[in-house]
Design a protein around this ligand. Structure first.
Ligand SMILES: Cc1cc2nc3c(=O)[nH]c(=O)nc-3n(C[C@H](O)[C@H](O)[C@H](O)COP(=O)(O)OP(=O)(O)OC[C@H]3O[C@@H](n4cnc5c(N)ncnc54)[C@H](O)[C@@H]3O)c2cc1C
Length: 370
């Protein structure tokens, strides 16, 4: 190991917690600041594809997450009348990658990661909303300051750029939630129903429940009451296939939230001096990429590796961008292409899940890992 670094991390989301765990395991000293009073469980659930599970294994969390989460075998895409369009063999990609895919509720993922950090003796400083002035001070007090403060209003990202970085809206809302045990669908299949400019996804997790998302093209009206959007969700999807109807009937309305989905354009740099951004703050992608949290986890692993390879922080941070920006830009591009296909005013009549082969996908996901 090279010199022990004193690291300040802003944001205890997926990226911040993963870095806190991995860096602590490598003997670095970590201070983790979170503006919330607890780790955030915003969002319903997340699918951790094999590249994410590789990082989870490095953190010692692979088995725990496999026990807690679901293990999808297949992803099936239907039209809005329930007619099967394509299927995607998840087990085949898992086998090519050498790691499983796990579906998990967001609150369970965050609690497992926070628990792992605590077991290492780490402590999260909650209710600590870091300002731009704080970032400057942290930069003097610590060897490295890492902004893992998310996509929309990253304070750390803004300290790196003279001009304002404005997240980009792509014209669709996601209404998301958690539902009780399903009898309408087998629990090893991810369901993706698509209509013109709208989509409903159902992702089983292992307690027989699931998380789900209904999405459609609309303007980003943030003033619109949640109840109103919820009513529109029912009106749009009430006559969709049985599994969708079942979700609408059984979903826990307290778990429902809405996201007007934004991403950011690829950025030309992610650090200045000893201040760096990772995760969504650096390269937020649309949920249609399925890779936001997975790439945030990869960032944490790569950064820790680089810190252990050299004492020269500038070189480590330059290499971090060189190693990561092509893959993360690709994920951003894929997310936008899918979103355009599904949610544009004139979506393509035939809506394939993907024409990428299992081999190509496994190569992309595992690129740069192991
Ligand atoms: C609907 C939806 C579905 C998704 N599904 C998937 C999926 O299936 N698979 C996948 O890989 N990805 C998915 N994603 C993307 C994934 O959720 C994000 O990419 C991931 O959460 C990014 O992690 P992060 O740690 O960078 O940011 P975040 O998870 O946003 O965490 C940022 C943290 O920083 C804290 N913070 C912010 N500002 C400050 C401050 N000034 N001071 C202190 N703390 C601060 C916040 O409170 C938060 O805890 C989805 C996203 C959405 C919207």
């Amino acid at each position: 190991m090279t010199r022990t670094q004193n690291i300040a991390i802003v944001g205890a989301g997926v990226a911040g917690l993963a870095l806190a765990i991995l860096a602590t395991q490598q003997g670095h000293k970590v201070n983790l600041f979170e503006r919330g009073s607890t780790v955030s469980s915003v969002g319903a659930g997340v699918t951790l594809w094999p590249n994410a599970m590789f990082v989870m294994q490095q953190m010692g969390l692979e088995r725990e997450l496999m026990r807690m989460g679901g293990s999808p075998d297949m992803m099936r895409q239907f039209d809005q009348h329930g007619s099967l369009q394509t299927e995607f063999d998840v087990l085949a990609v898992n086998s090519l990658c050498g790691f499983p895919s796990v579906t998990i509720l967001r609150r369970e993922l965050m609690s497992a990661m926070a628990g792992a950090f605590e077991r290492l003796g780490g402590k999260i400083t909650f209710n600590s909303s870091i300002s731009a002035a704080d970032v400057m001070k942290l930069g003097k007090d610590f060897d490295l300051v890492v902004g893992a403060d998310g996509r929309m209003n990253s304070v750390v990202r803004q300290t790196l750029y003279a001009e304002e970085i404005t997240p980009r809206y792509h014209g669709f809302v996601n209404v998301i939630g958690v539902a009780k045990p399903l009898t309408a669908v087998p629990d090893n299949v991810i369901y993706d129903f698509r209509g013109q400019g709208q989509r409903f996804g159902i992702v089983p997790v292992n307690d027989g429940g699931c998380y789900w998302a209904g999405a459609w093209n609309t303007s980003a009206d943030k003033e619109r009451p949640k109840a109103d959007l919820y009513a529109e969700l029912h009106q749009r999807f009430h006559d969709w296939p049985e599994a969708v109807k079942k979700i609408l009937l059984t979903c826990d309305s307290a778990s429902v939230s809405r996201v007007f989905v934004h991403d950011i354009d690829p950025l030309p740099f992610w650090h200045h001096d000893n201040v760096l951004i990772i995760g969504d703050a650096a390269h937020a992608s649309l949920p249609t990429s399925g890779q936001g949290a997975c790439q945030a986890l990869e960032d944490a692993w790569h950064l820790t590796q680089l810190l252990n390879q050299t004492d020269n922080l500038e070189i480590a941070l330059q290499r971090f961008y060189q190693q990561r920006h092509i893959k993360t830009s690709s994920a951003q591009k894929v997310g936008r292409e899918f979103a355009t296909k599904i949610f544009s005013e004139q979506p393509e009549p035939l809506l394939p899940t993907s024409n990428i082969s299992a081999v190509e996908l496994s190569r992309f996901w595992m690129q740069g890992l192991t």
